[in-house]
Design a protein around this ligand. Structure first.
Ligand SMILES: Cc1cc2nc3c(=O)[nH]c(=O)nc-3n(C[C@H](O)[C@H](O)[C@H](O)COP(=O)(O)OP(=O)(O)OC[C@H]3O[C@@H](n4cnc5c(N)ncnc54)[C@H](O)[C@@H]3O)c2cc1C
Length: 453
């Protein structure tokens, strides 16, 4: 740490949020040290353990553009135009996400993304310290203690402020909780996930449609698959922890094969190493983390999953974490009083985190249970028609979250209003042809203000 501490800051975690935040702060003239528990993935290869690929959307891309990382990341991204729904009888249906190819999401490899972001942060001037896991914090003396996982040795670093970008199991959060009541609660979903792989086809290409997020909805459970640029797909099986089927009844490769034979037959044909993948890969827990407070005066603040981990069904955890980074950098720029900047950051972001957490939970039901349901499909057809007839006034919630940058809380509130309208307008109808369009248009104009985009 240099002698001038007025613009020095210490980040814990060089994952997705840590690397982006480091870059944004260095660009604004901050002196940034980043401490990361794992080894440098650029030297050792990425030792992930968590989801292999992620859906990147507009909010995340906006932050990457500001960090000067978007071009490099997009070179490895695979476009996903919509959901390819795989029905039990083998039929498929592509449900587009947006109006055209300007409204799509992108599949990116977590490890590749992390490596690109670390390179950019380091080139910008951030000091990255690997093999330094935050172990404890002396907040009075402003000293952080780190353990080196290779030999258990401990190291100390003085700090002015700590930023916890250390993920859902944040050690900084645990340390802050010894000083202040955070109102922390974790709600487990009662469902877990396991990753499997679809390799390239015999000719080296993708073995199913590459430009889609594939979903096999089966009521209480589902599979999804996202493409990787090396022509593979990462398949994620989501199952309850209890009941039948669940991770309590599907316990080994043979039981997984039996489940796939019955419920995911077309996917099974694509996963040659199902048994090995199932037995080798750990089951990941899914939970939502709520805190009432994200900072300790001017000494520490939390961002990304450390502050608000969410279930992955809207594909927004990383996108939201990147949006946090932009907001925190802007508040730190605007306010020389760090405690005030952290408080303003929390005031802006906490309600929005709550909104996307709620939408992510709702989306699980939608993905696993509703995408093949007739009422839902009619409401969705009306949603699309209204979006065309009333652009700027009616926008599908998915679009507000995924293709726009309006606050999540706005998208959430507006989405509820629109959903009530869709249910009301389609009640008693089986097709859009029987709707009274004059009434429909008048109702939309009366109930929905023009959107703030
Ligand atoms: C199955 C699954 C699918 C997902 N899909 C999507 C998706 O499609 N789109 C999307 O936007 N989001 C998705 N997410 C969410 C996304 O993964 C997270 O929101 C995102 O990784 C959060 O970034 P982060 O930097 O806050 O935390 P992380 O990415 O978890 O990074 C934390 C970093 O801190 C380090 N660290 C941990 N402890 C310490 C310590 N004590 N000291 C120092 N360093 C430490 C870790 O090693 C890591 O590098 C998904 C999540 C899951 C589980």
């Amino acid at each position: 740490m240099s002698n001038d501490t007025s613009k020095h800051i210490t980040l814990i975690g060089a994952g997705l949020a840590g690397a982006v935040l480091a870059t944004l702060l260095v660009q604004r003239g901050w002196s940034v040290d980043v401490f990361e528990k794992r080894g440098d993935p650029r030297l050792k290869g990425y030792l992930g353990g968590r989801s292999i690929n992620l859906a990147l959307a507009e909010r995340g891309r906006h932050a990457l553009r500001l960090a000067g990382a978007d071009d490099a990341v997009m070179q490895h991204a695979v476009m996903m135009r919509g959901r390819m729904v795989h029905f039990l009888d083998g039929r498929t249906d592509l449900q587009r996400y947006g109006r055209d190819d300007s409204e799509v999401i992108w599949s990116v490899h977590r490890g590749e993304l992390n490596v690109i972001l670390l390179d950019i942060a380091e080139r910008a001037g951030a000091r990255l310290h690997f093999d330094r896991g935050l172990a404890s914090v002396d907040f009075d003396a402003r000293i952080a203690r780190f353990a080196d996982p290779r030999d258990g040795s401990t190291h100390e670093a003085p700090f002015v402020s700590l930023v916890g970008a250390d993920g859902a199991g944040s050690a900084l959060r645990t340390a802050i909780a010894t000083q202040a009541e955070l109102g922390e609660r974790t709600e487990y979903l009662g469902h877990s996930y396991k990753e499997l792989e679809i390799p390239p086809s015999a000719d080296g290409g993708f073995s199913i449609e590459p430009n889609a997020l594939h979903i096999w909805p089966r009521g209480r459970y589902m599979c999804i698959a996202l493409p990787n640029d090396e022509r593979t797909f990462t398949v994620t099986l989501f199952l309850p922890n209890e009941g039948d089927p669940s991770f309590a009844t599907v316990r080994n490769g043979a039981e997984a094969r039996a489940l796939f034979e019955r419920d995911f037959a077309d996917a099974l044909a694509l996963i040659p190493n199902l048994e090995q993948d199932f037995e080798r890969n750990p089951a990941g827990l899914l939970a939502t983390l709520y805190l009432d407070r994200w900072h300790l005066d001017d000494r520490a603040v939390l961002v990304g999953d450390a502050a608000h981990a969410m279930v992955p069904f809207h594909g927004q955890g990383m996108n939201c974490a990147f949006e946090d980074c932009v907001a925190l950098a802007e508040h730190l720029d605007a306010n020389p009083d760090r405690a005030a900047a952290f408080a303003a950051f929390q005031a802006e972001r906490l309600p929005n985190a709550r909104a996307i957490q709620a939408m992510a939970l709702e989306n699980y039901l939608e993905m696993r249970d509703r995408v093949d349901n007739d009422d839902y499909l009619l409401q969705r057809a009306l949603e699309r028609t209204l979006a065309e007839r009333h652009p700027g006034r009616f926008m599908p919630r998915y679009s507000m979250v995924t293709f726009q940058r309006m606050p999540y809380a706005t998208a959430f509130a507006r989405g509820q209003l629109q959903r009530e309208l869709l249910v009301e307008l389609t009640r008693g109808h089986h097709s859009l042809e029987t709707l009274d369009w004059d009434l429909v248009d008048a109702t939309v104009r009366e109930r929905l203000e023009v959107l703030p985009v």
